[in-house]
Write a protein that binds this ligand. Sequence first.
Ligand code: IDP
Ligand code: MG
Length: 149
Amino acid sequence: MERTLVLLKPDAVQRRLIGTLVERFELKGLQIVGMKLVHASKELAEKHYDAHRARPFFPSLIQFLTGGPTVALALQGPNAVAVVRNLMGLTDGAKSPPGTIRGDYSISVQNNLVHGSDSVDNANQELALWFKADELISYQGCDHNWVIG
Ligand code: IDP
Ligand code: MG
């Protein structure tokens, strides 16, 4: 079973969308195996977005991610990485189709509410960056056989 990192970025927290967004992932059938509120340090934010270090928007992105608390979620399920990316939609909220999280709630490129790992390798690295090993909980959901089949 695959695991992925989701962040409800500071705009989602400030806009009181935590419950709404967690519900989207839960109703899809993903299982929460880690969850915490983190006020990201500059060091954590820069490590998380290291791939974008050379981009012109990097300083603004780091200011955004460190500007308030973030909810870090570890989600588990079949093809969790791709499932989450599809639920999120496109990077630019203005262009993301209705029905996706960003399409429904964001109209910005930067302030697009959610992060989701883009590959299994990156998911494992990002989970290790945001969570200690003992903060990820393995358990069998009681509805597992109905949701997964
Ligand atoms: P993703 O979150 O859809 O995977 P990435 O290209 O990995 O998008 O970019 C990481 C984050 O950087 C985006 O979610 C968004 O917050 C921000 N970002 C991406 N492109 C731009 C841009 O052109 N201007 C400002 N911020 C951007
Ligand atoms: Mg990305």
